[in-house]
Design a protein around this ligand. Structure first.
Ligand code: DGL
Length: 272
């Protein structure tokens, strides 16, 4: 088998990581652009939700987990499909595993600042992402001319998990989580809401229905997938072969509806 520069004949998988099922919003886009590769989806559901973790403890957990994941799966690249994890531990991961290619997810503040017409932008994220220095730096570097409102939601990631598993969601509760995103100031209104948690695009249709006025809900999944395509070598013929994409849950025991959801995404849940 011919090897490319990364010592890989196309058989090394792309690993997509999140605290829960939110990374599937990135996985589905990445698969479209990288059809020849096998994917391994990893959900740290034993640690979910990441939004309220103390920073040092969460960094430690993610580093320990990746030492195991890299050794087990030998991925060609790791996609951190989680804003809460990457804004905290992205630099530490790159330092700890210098031979691994990491693609991160950060709040899409730069594209929002470029697109807004009213200058009022909101960033809907977990409480963890909202308080990160990384997020403040993005605003300072790319959106200093805008009024950026950070909205940290404690419950929305869990609501999105329930919603995608077809459990009933309380729309009043969803509205109270997103209503802070809508701001009117000097005759102008928020026109862009950045979906800065990979769970939230699953609920974008609900958000659209509940929004007091139409806004652009910015989902970075496709842009992340394009970046993954850039860093993952294309392999003629492909290494995906017959092997099925798999999903691994750190709890070792995802519930029935989660297993069905994974199957719906063409992922076989791996035994621990
Ligand atoms: N999906 C994760 C993110 O993008 C966070 C979900 C959570 O663990 O609270 O931030």
């Amino acid at each position: 088998m011919a090897l490319n520069a990364q010592g890989d004949g196309g058989d090394r998988p792309v690993l997509v990581f999140d605290s829960g099922i939110g990374g599937l919003t990135v996985l589905r886009e990445a698969r479209v652009l990288i059809p020849e590769r096998r994917f391994v989806y990893v959900a740290d559901d034993a640690g979910f939700p990441y939004g309220n973790w103390e920073e040092a403890a969460l960094t430690e957990r993610i580093l320990t987990l990746f030492a195991e994941l890299i050794a087990t799966y030998d991925p060609v690249a790791c996609v951190i499909a989680c804003n809460t994890a990457f804004t905290l531990a992205g630099a530490a991961l790159r330092a700890a595993f210098p031979d691994m290619t990491f693609v991160g997810t950060v709040p899409a503040i730069k594209p929002a600042a470029e697109r807004t017409r009213s200058g009022l932008v909101s960033v809907l994220a977990t409480p963890g992402t909202v308080k990160r220095a990384y997020t403040r730096d993005l605003i300072q570097s790319f959106a200093s001319q805008c009024h950026v409102r950070l909205v940290g939601s404690v419950n929305l990631a869990a609501m999105a998990e329930a919603y995608i598993r077809r459990e009933p969601v309380d729309t009043d509760a969803v509205l109270s989580e997103i209503s802070q995103c809508f701001l009117e100031k000097d005759g102008r209104k928020t026109d862009i809401v950045v979906l800065a948690c990979t769970h939230y695009p699953f609920m974008a249709n609900v958000f659209r229905k509940l929004a007091p006025w139409p806004v652009d809900w910015l989902d970075p999944a496709e842009a992340i997938a394009r970046q993954v395509r850039r860093v993952v070598p294309e392999t003629a013929g492909g290494g995906a072969g017959e092997a099925q994409d798999t999903a691994f849950f750190t709890s070792g025991s995802p519930d029935f509806s989660t297993v069905r959801l994974m199957q719906g995404f063409g992922l076989k849940v791996a035994a621990r």
